[in-house]
Design a protein around this ligand. Structure first.
Ligand SMILES: *[C@@H]1O[C@H](CO)[C@@H](O)[C@H](O)[C@H]1NC(C)=O
Ligand SMILES: *[C@@H]1O[C@H](CO)[C@@H](O)[C@H](O)[C@H]1NC(C)=O
Ligand SMILES: *[C@@H]1O[C@H](CO)[C@@H](O)[C@H](O)[C@H]1NC(C)=O
Ligand SMILES: *[C@@H]1O[C@H](CO)[C@@H](O)[C@H](O)[C@H]1NC(C)=O
Length: 633
C-alpha cells in the first residue's frame, strides 16, 4: 500500500485520539537523541529549506524577511561588521534576536546560528577584552592558560547573543612573510597542537564517552568553535596569502594536519576550509581531503564551512564561473557556504544543480545533517533567543587580568645588557628621569593589531578601552620618577637630557590577511630611525610590537635590551609588569627569528638553520619587590 494512502486511512480511523499525538513534534523534543531529532526534521524539509540551511549570509543583508523567505541557516559578522559603532552588549543581543525571530517564524522554526571572528577575544566588540594574538600565545606553551582564554572569550561572545566563533586558527605558519602569520601559534606543529586546548575552553569539555568526531558544545556559556583553515594555509609559497602550498603528502600530514586530529578529538564543532591550494588544487574544491580525509578518515561529524567568498575563488578571472564553483565546492564536501552577499545566486544555482542531479541529494542531506547536528548540540532549538544576563562579562576585570597574565607569559626577552654590562631589566622604578618613545608606545590600536574593532585594525587610543604601554609605565614607576614621552625625538634631544634609561616601543602597524603580506619584514618607519637616535645616546630597551619576527639585526648591537612583545592586545600593563620586575620573563620563542629575509623560509629542524634567535630562545629575569629595587641611580 502506498504510504500516503496508509496515512489517510490512519487519520480517518483515529481522529479523536490523534490530536495530542499530531501536536507532538519529535525534533522539538529534547528527550530524543540528537540523531533521532535530525532524522525527524530532515524528513520534513523541502529542498529549499535544506539549501537555505547551507547558506550563510552577512548581517548587513540578514533582515528577518530574508531569513524567512530563504530559510537561511546562518548569519555572520564579517571583520568590523557591527550593529552600531560602540554597540553595547544589549544592542548586539537585540540584533541577533531580531534576525533569529525571522528564522523562528519559518514553517519549521529552525534557528539560525550566528558566527563571528573572535580570534583574540571578542575583537569586533567595543570594550571587550583583547587578548594577545596567537603568535604571542604560542610563546606561553601554556595549555591551561589557553583553555581559560577560551572560557573567557566564550562568555564575552555569548554575552552579545552569539553562539559560534570562527576560531581557533590552527595554521602552522612556516613563513613569516604571510600576512596571517600572527594568527598562527607557531611554526612547530607540536606547539599548535598544545594550543588546541582553547577548544574545550570555548566549547566545554567533551564527555569521555562521546563517540569519535561528534561536535560538542556544552551549554549557554559556551560557543561552537571552528578549526581553520583546512589545510596547509600556513605553508604557501613565500607566505603569499591564499596561495599554493607545495609539499608532498607526508609533509602535509606531518606538519599541517596534526592539530586537526587534536581539534576533532576535543569535539570541535566546525572546520573552515582554506583559501589556499595544495600542489595547485584549491582546497575549496578538494574532495579527497575535505570528504575523504577530514570526514571519512578522521571521522569528523560537525560541519565544514567555506571561507568568505571562498567558493567564488575556486575560479579566477578571466575564467570566473560561479556555477562551477558552487558545484565544485559543495561536491568537495563543504556543508555551509559563507556566501556572504550573493545568496540568491548561490541558492538558485545549487537548487538547479540538485534538480538536474549535478549535485546529489545525498550530498545535500549530509550537509544539512551536519549543520543540524551542531545546532542541536549547541542547544539552539531549546534556547534560540539570547538575553542580557551575561552583559557584565564583556571586558570584565577578571578577563582583563587573564589577558594581562597572557601578555606577561607571551613576551620574549631577546637581549638584556651589552656584553660586560649588567642586565638592564628589571628596570629601576625609581629614577630621576626616563624617556618613553616610539610610534607604538602610546597607541592601543597598534598594540592590538589587525582584527580589532575593524578587520584591518586601527590606530590611536579611542577605538576601545585598554591600557597603553606608556600609561602602564607611568602607573608602574615610582611617583618621583619623571617620565618624558616623545614619540620620535632627535639625537640631540636625547643626549642633552641625560635620561637614566629609555624605553623605545616600535614595530609593525596593523594589518590583516593579504594586506599584511610583506617581503621585507621591516619595522614601520620611523621605527628604525627612532632606535638609531635614542640607542647610543641613552641606555635603551627596545620593545617590538609585531605580528612576526622582523628585521632587527642591523640595530641589535646598539640596543641594550630587546623584548619581542608580539601583538599584546588591550592589557599593556602586562608589558610593564615584566619590564619593572613585578614578574620575571619566562617566554621562549615559538618562531624562528631570522637574520635576513633572504633566509626565508627557515624553520626549526631545517638542515640549514642559522637564525638570529632559534625557536626556544628566551632570557629569563628574576622578580623584584619594590623594596629591593635599587634607589636612585
Ligand atoms: C567602556 O569602558 C569604559 C572604561 O572601562 C567605560 O567607561 C565605558 O562606560 C564603557 N562603555 C560601554 C558602552 O560599555
Ligand atoms: C600565487 O601567487 C601568484 C603571484 O601573485 C599568482 O600568480 C598565482 O596565481 C597564485 N597561485 C595561487 C594558487 O593562488
Ligand atoms: C544543471 O544545472 C546547472 C545550473 O543551471 C547547469 O549549469 C548544468 O549544465 C546542468 N546540468 C545538466 C546535466 O543539465
Ligand atoms: C616593505 O613591504 C611593505 C609591504 O609590501 C611595504 O608597504 C613597505 O613600503 C616596504 N618597506 C620597505 C622599506 O621597502
Amino acid at each position: 500500500m502506498p504510504l500516503a494512502a496508509f496515512l489517510v486511512l490512519c487519520c480517518c480511523c483515529c481522529s479523536s485520539s490523534a490530536v495530542l499525538e499530531s501536536d507532538y513534534v519529535k525534533y522539538k523534543d529534547p528527550s530524543q537523541t540528537v540523531e533521532d531529532r535530525i532524522d525527524d526534521l530532515l524528513a520534513r524539509m523541502t529542498l529549499a529549506e535544506k539549501i537555505g540551511q547551507m547558506t550563510q549570509i552577512e548581517r548587513k543583508v540578514a533582515t528577518p524577511d530574508v531569513m524567512r523567505e530563504f530559510s537561511i541557516g546562518s548569519v555572520l559578522s564579517g571583520g568590523g561588521s557591527v550593529p552600531a559603532t560602540r554597540a553595547s552588549p544589549q544592542a548586539w543581543v537585540d540584533m541577533v534576536n531580531d534576525i533569529q525571530k525571522g528564522s523562528l517564524s519559518t514553517r519549521l522554526g529552525i534557528p539560525m546560528i550566528y558566527g563571528i571572528d573572535a580570534v583574540h577575544g571578542h575583537n569586533n566588540v567595543y570594550n571587550a577584552t583583547i587578548f594577545p594574538h596567537n603568535v604571542g600565545l604560542g610563546v606561553t606553551r601554556d595549555p591551561v592558560l589557553l583553555k581559560k582564554i577560551g572560557e573567557a572569550t566564550a562568555l564575552e561572545v555569548r554575552a552579545t547573543g552569539i553562539p559560534y566563533v570562527f576560531a581557533p586558527c590552527i595554521a602552522v605558519c612556516r613563513d613569516p612573510r604571510w600576512g596571517r602569520c600572527y594568527e598562527s601559534y607557531s611554526e612547530d606543529h607540536r606547539i599548535v597542537q598544545m594550543m588546541t586546548e582553547i577548544i574545550p575552553g570555548l566549547q566545554g569539555d567533551i564527555p569521555s564517552n562521546s563517540p569519535k568526531g561528534v561536535p560538542f558544545v556544552g551549554g549557554k556559556g559556551k560557543v561552537a568553535a571552528c578549526a581553520k583553515h583546512f589545510v596547509g594555509d600556513g605553508g604557501t609559497t613565500k607566505g603569499i596569502n591564499e596561495n599554493n602550498t607545495v609539499i608532498d603528502e607526508r609533509g602535509l600530514l606531518t606538519v599541517h594536519m596534526p592539530a586537526y586530529l587534536d581539534a576533532i578529538q576535543k569535539g570541535v564543532a566546525t572546520v573552515m576550509v582554506s583559501y589556499s591550494s595544495w600542489n595547485g588544487e584549491k582546497m575549496h574544491a578538494n574532495r579527497g581531503l575535505v570528504t575523504g580525509f577530514l570526514k571519512k578518515k578522521l571521522g569528523f561529524k560537525g560541519f565544514v564551512i567555506s571561507d568568505w567568498e571562498g567558493i567564488d575563488r575556486i575560479t579566477s578571472p578571466p575564467h570566473l564561473n560561479y556555477q562551477y564553483s558552487v558545484h565544485a565546492g559543495v561536491s568537495a564536501g563543504i556543508d555551509m557556504v559563507m556566501v556572504p552577499f550573493n545568496y540568491q545566486e548561490f541558492i538558485t544555482d545549487l537548487t538547479a544543480q540538485v534538480q538536474n542531479k549535478t549535485v546529489r541529494m545525498s550530498r545535500i542531506n549530509d550537509a544539512v545533517r551536519r549543520i543540524l547536528r551542531v545546532k542541536f548540540e549547541a542547544g539552539l532549538f531549546e534556547s534560540p533567543l539570547a538575553d542580557n544576563s551575561l552583559a557584565d562579562k564583556v571586558g570584565c576585570r577578571e578577563h582583563r587580568e587573564l589577558a594581562r597574565e597572557a601578555v606577561r607569559k607571551s613576551l620574549v626577552l631577546l637581549k638584556n645588557g651589552k656584553s660586560m654590562e649588567k642586565p638592564l631589566i628589571p628596570l629601576p622604578r625609581r629614577a630621576r628621569k626616563i624617556l618613553v618613545a616610539g610610534s607604538h608606545a602610546d597607541n592601543l590600536g597598534y598594540q592590538c593589531g589587525g582584527w580589532t574593532i575593524e578587520w584591518q585594525g586601527l590606530t590611536g587610543n579611542d577605538l576601545t578601552s585598554g591600557t597603553t604601554i606608556l600609561s602602564a609605565i607611568k602607573s608602574t614607576v615610582h611617583p618621583s620618577t619623571q617620565v618624558v614621552y616623545n614619540e620620535n625625538p632627535d639625537h640631540g634631544f636625547v643626549s642633552s637630557n641625560n635620561f637614566d634609561y629609555a624605553i623605545v616601543v616600535v614595530g609593525e602597524t596593523p594589518y590583516a590577511e593579504t594586506a599584511g603580506d610583506s617581503l621585507n619584514l621591516t619595522i614601520t618607519e620611523p621605527g628604525p630611525a627612532t632606535i638609531e637616535s635614542i640607542c647610543g645616546a641613552a641606555r635603551c630597551v627596545v620593545v617590538v610590537i609585531s605580528g612576526r619576527p622582523v628585521v632587527i639585526e642591523p640595530y641589535i648591537s646598539k640596543i641594550d635590551a630587546l623584548v619581542a612583545a608580539w601583538l599584546p592586545g588591550s592589557e599593556g600593563q602586562g608589558v610593564a609588569d615584566l619590564l619593572f620586575g613585578d614578574y620575571g620573563f619566562t617566554g621562549r620563542l615559538a618562531r624562528t627569528w631570522f637574520r635576513t629575509v633572504d633566509q626565508l623560509p627557515m624553520n626549526v629542524g631545517d638542515i640549514h638553520y642559522d637564525p638570529l634567535f632559534p625557536v626556544g630562545f628566551g632570557l629569563t629575569t628574576r622578580t623584584v619587590n619594590e623594596a629591593d629595587a635599587p634607589a636612585d641611580s
